[in-house]
Design a binder for this molecule. Structure first.
Ligand SMILES: Nc1ncnc2c1ncn2[C@@H]1O[C@H](COP(=O)(O)OP(=O)(O)O)[C@@H](O)[C@H]1O
Ligand SMILES: [Mg+2]
Length: 235
């Protein structure tokens, strides 16, 4: 199972946008895709409920609204047949609680808004999470609402170098994302030439994650530990 965790303690930086777009992309690739919403605000759940009936299926796990007749730890497991699991996380999570989830991730994506404050804040976050992760091979930055100024572009390059993390895409600031989300769709499901550049960005991110998919036989199915989920979703 390819497990993608999308995280950044800052709100509004594009976690849900990236999570829903990746889920939509992989489901259209024929992968059995599960989108898990750990954010009590439930934006990914809201998006998924708007998906047209004909759209490629995305299995949904709403960590904050479990059916009453099953235990919480059971309800928040991804279905066993999942090929790709995308986890949308809340703002300001307790990083210590979130840590086991990060350790289990095949890919950790950090969407970062392209402004000075967010660039500064992400440096601290990266330092915190990498202290307890055995390998940094699976962390990447995705700059969002990319600036047109060369000064900020330079700052992004410097930050990437300083942190030793790849910038795998810079997403444009465009209403395209808002338009797709309004229909419960992702960029890759939209028609029209004006989505082309955004589709290419998304493919680049998905392919980076794809390269981190564990070999099937080596890991098999590992459940997410109930403690981890409970802690992460309480955050
Ligand atoms: N690249 C983008 N261009 C335009 N609007 C965007 C872009 N990325 C995100 N948004 C919008 O910004 C808002 C916050 O994004 P969201 O994905 O909900 O952030 P988070 O989940 O980190 O809080 C949403 O209204 C979303 O539609
Ligand atoms: Mg969100």
């Amino acid at each position: 199972m390819l497990r993608i965790v999308v995280m950044n303690p800052k709100g509004g930086c594009g976690k849900t946008t990236l999570s829903t777009n990746l889920a939509s992309y992989f489901s259209n690739q024929g992968e059995i895709t599960t989108l898990m919403d750990l954010d009590p605000q439930g934006s990914s759940v809201f998006w998924a409920h708007k998906r047209p009936e004909k759209a490629a299926e995305i299995q949904l796990v709403d960590a904050h609204n479990c059916p009453h007749n099953v235990t919480r730890s059971w309800a928040i497991q991804p279905p066993r047949n999942t090929d790709v699991l995308v986890l949308d996380t809340p703002a300001r999570p307790d990083l210590i609680s979130l840590n086991p989830l990060l350790k289990e991730a095949s890919a950790i994506l950090l969407p970062v808004l392209s402004n000075e404050f967010d660039l500064h804040a992400i440096a601290n976050t990266v330092q915190q999470i990498r202290r307890s992760l055995p390998s940094q091979q699976n962390i990447a930055l995705v700059f969002n609402r990319s600036p047109k100024t060369t000064l900020l572009k330079k700052q992004i390059d410097q930050l990437s170098e300083q942190l030793g993390l790849p910038v795998i895409a810079t997403l444009r600031d465009t209403r395209n994302y808002i338009q797709a989300a309004a229909h419960g769709l992702g960029i890759s499901e939209m028609n029209g030439a004006h989505y082309r550049r955004d589709k290419i960005d998304l493919i680049r991110i998905a392919q980076w994650c794809e390269r981190r998919r564990p070999a099937k036989d080596s890991t098999g199915f590992r459940q997410i530990s109930p403690d981890t989920i409970a802690l992460a979703s309480n955050a």
